[in-house]
Design a protein around this ligand. Sequence first.
Ligand SMILES: Nc1nc2c(ncn2[C@@H]2O[C@H](COP(=O)(O)OP(=O)(O)OP(=O)(O)O)[C@@H](O)[C@H]2O)c(=O)[nH]1
Length: 370
Amino acid sequence: MLVQICVTALTTALLVASACYTESPPEQRWWAAGNVAVAGGMTLSQVAGLPLLLHAIVSYGVIAFGLGLVLRGLRVYCNESLSWLTIAILTLIALLVAAYYTVLAPSLRARLCFTGFYFGLINWAGALMLARHRAWRVSGIAIAGFTLLGLALCWRGAHLLLRGEPADGSNSLVIALSALVVPLAQICIAFGLILMVMWRYAERLRRLSTLDALTGALNRAGLEIQGKRVGLRALRGGRSLAVIMIDVDYFKVINDSYGHPVGDEVLRHLARLLRVELRPHDLLARFGGEEFVLVLDGVDREAALKVAERLRARIEYEVAELEKLSVRYTASMGVVCSDQHSYDLIRLISAGDAAMYEAKRAGRNRVVAG
Ligand SMILES: Nc1nc2c(ncn2[C@@H]2O[C@H](COP(=O)(O)OP(=O)(O)OP(=O)(O)O)[C@@H](O)[C@H]2O)c(=O)[nH]1
């Protein structure tokens, strides 16, 4: 039990330290608070000489409360919530049953059996919550930890139920094994939870570094990474790759007439409109100021021209409804395809750009093939 308390203290310190980072998400704070409560409850249950109320009853309530906070953190991580009422019920059940087997029908065996099964089930509920979220690669270690801890606790409970008083079984293989498995599972859970948060940070950073903050389209870095992938895929599959360069006409006039915030809204409006018209695997990137790029896999020159013409007409027809005003705008487009050029995205973009400028020179609001 001393090993278990030491490991609990260590994993709690780890979770608290990681939750102290100012940008830590709320779930991490719930996990840290929950672990502090569990560690406190375990210590209370082990300190001899404490009043029976604290030692045999309150301690289990505190552990159940701590596990409730951990569950709340897991729900927050999965973008759901767990009410305080549920946590209060979890705590109350532990308190009432512990009180029953301490005061009304005193039995250490029954109390330990119940808490083994009860805390085991709560840990399984944690594993289930994460499993339902289906991010196995990210939360696999934490799921394994919760499952293992639940298994060890239920196993201990079942052993006590079948074998009699804890004193009889304290030297048994089951108790020895569970004393090994419980700390191992606690370490798995602590590292698994921290890993989940780190993974989320990494994913957020990756998104931030490849997406344009204003429109949500890919930025140049994102286009470079994903464009290369799409180009290779098309080349290997023997499919055409089309690029459409889109540039808003007289955008400076929109900025100068209505102000930069309205110009920004127009760019957002255009990105939304383009996204709606595209297939899920097409790429949309903001190439610079008011210029966007579309990369279409498996689309030849004729089909790309049709797509561009459809988009041009849609942009011309649509009205960007902003807070107090409506703005109409048009766009010029340059269309190129790997059939006439190469699969090299940089070359396709520069050829598409030349075609787009041709469209500008020819009077704007038109599509030119390169
Ligand atoms: N609101 C806003 N304006 C931007 C942004 N990036 C670039 N711009 C503006 O976009 C305008 C681009 O102007 P120009 O290059 O002259 O192009 P244009 O007015 O669209 O003219 P043509 O392309 O020839 O039809 C400039 O005024 C830039 O300040 C942005 O993120 N938001």
